[in-house]
Design a protein around this ligand. Structure first.
Ligand code: ADE
Length: 259
C-alpha cells in the first residue's frame, strides 16, 4: 500500500513516520509513503502556488493547476513504480482532501481505506484549495475532527497513522488493532503493569488470579463500564449483543448495591 502526500510542507508528515511503529513497518516494506511537493508545479519562476479569492475575502487560496499537476504526478509515479499494477494487479486509487468540511474519520472509515492500494492525500494550506480541482480529481473530503488546523498536513499524518496500524503485520499479533478502543465499538478496558501495589493503589485482584476466563470477563466488564461512563453515545451506535446488555445491566445493578 502506498500513501502519496500532496502538500507544501511534507516535512510535517515525514516527521511522524520516522519513529517507532511506522518507521519499522516502512523498513519492513509493509507500506510506503511518497511526498509530492505542490511548489514543484508552481505557475511561475517565483514558486507561486496561491492567489487571492475571487469575490473578495481574506487570505490566499491554492490555485488549481499546481495541485492538479501534483496529484497527476503522484498517480503516474505509482503506476511507474508498480509495472504490474493495471495489468495483473488492479490499481485501487483514492484521492482524499483533508478538510474540516469532510466526512469524519473513524476507525470504521479507516478500515474501509484498507481496500485501496494507493491513497493520495491532499493537504491544503492558507484558506484552502480552489474548488474546481477537487471536482476534477474526484477528491473525497475527510476531516479528523470538528476544529480547524492551520494546514492539512497534521490531518494527513493522523490518517496515515490510523490506516497503517491496521495493515496486517504492522502491529505485533498480541496488539492486534481489533482489540483496541473503537475497533469493537467499545472503549478499551483499564490496564495495569508492575508493581501490583503503587502508592497504595492495588491492581484489581482478578488480574492477579491467573484464572483466564475470569480475567476475560473482568476485562469485558471494564470495557463496558468505561464506555458507559465516557462515551455512552457509542453504546447506542454499536451493535451490542444480548449478552453484552446483560453484563452491562448486571454491572449497573452491582454498582447500585455498592452505593
Ligand atoms: N485541515 C484543517 N482542519 C482540518 C481538520 N479538522 N481535519 C482535516 N483537515 C483539516
Amino acid at each position: 500500500m502506498r500513501f502519496s502526500t500532496v502538500s507544501l510542507f511534507p516535512e510535517i508528515i515525514e516527521a511522524s513516520l520516522n519513529y517507532s511503529m511506522a518507521k519499522r513497518a516502512i523498513e519492513r516494506g509493509l507500506f510506503e509513503v511518497k511526498h509530492f511537493q505542490i511548489r514543484d508545479h508552481a505557475v511561475n519562476a517565483y514558486g507561486k502556488v496561491d492567489d487571492a479569492l475571487y469575490g473578495g475575502g481574506t487570505g490566499m487560496l491554492l490555485m488549481p493547476e499546481p495541485v492538479y499537476q501534483t496529484v497527476r504526478q503522484a498517480g503516474h509515479s505509482f503506476a511507474q513504480d508498480n509495472p504490474e499494477a493495471g495489468k495483473n494487479v488492479e490499481i485501487k486509487e483514492k484521492v482524499i482532501y483533508l478538510s474540516p468540511r469532510g466526512r469524519q474519520l473513524t476507525q470504521e472509515l479507516a478500515a474501509q481505506l484498507l481496500d485501496y492500494n494507493h491513497l493520495i492525500l491532499i493537504s491544503g494550506h492558507y484558506e484552502g484549495i480552489d474548488e474546481r480541482v477537487l471536482e476534477e480529481v474526484v477528491a473525497e473530503e475527510i476531516s479528523i475532527g470538528d476544529y480547524v488546523l492551520s494546514g492539512g498536513e497534521l490531518a494527513s499524518a493522523v490518517l496515515i497513522d490510523v490506516v497503517m496500524r491496521m495493515i496486517p503485520g504492522v502491529l505485533p499479533d498480541n496488539e492486534a488493532w481489533q482489540k483496541e478502543s473503537h475497533a469493537s465499538g467499545f472503549l478499551e478496558e483499564n490496564q495495569y503493569t508492575r508493581p501490583a501495589v503503587w502508592r497504595e493503589r492495588k491492581v484489581p485482584e482478578v488480574l492477579l488470579s491467573g484464572h483466564a476466563a475470569r480475567i476475560e470477563k473482568a476485562r469485558e466488564l471494564s470495557a463496558l463500564t468505561n464506555t458507559m461512563a465516557r462515551r455512552p453515545d457509542l453504546l447506542t451506535a454499536s451493535v451490542m449483543s444480548a449478552e453484552d446488555w446483560f453484563t452491562l445491566l448486571k454491572t449497573l445493578d452491582i454498582q447500585e448495591e455498592c452505593k
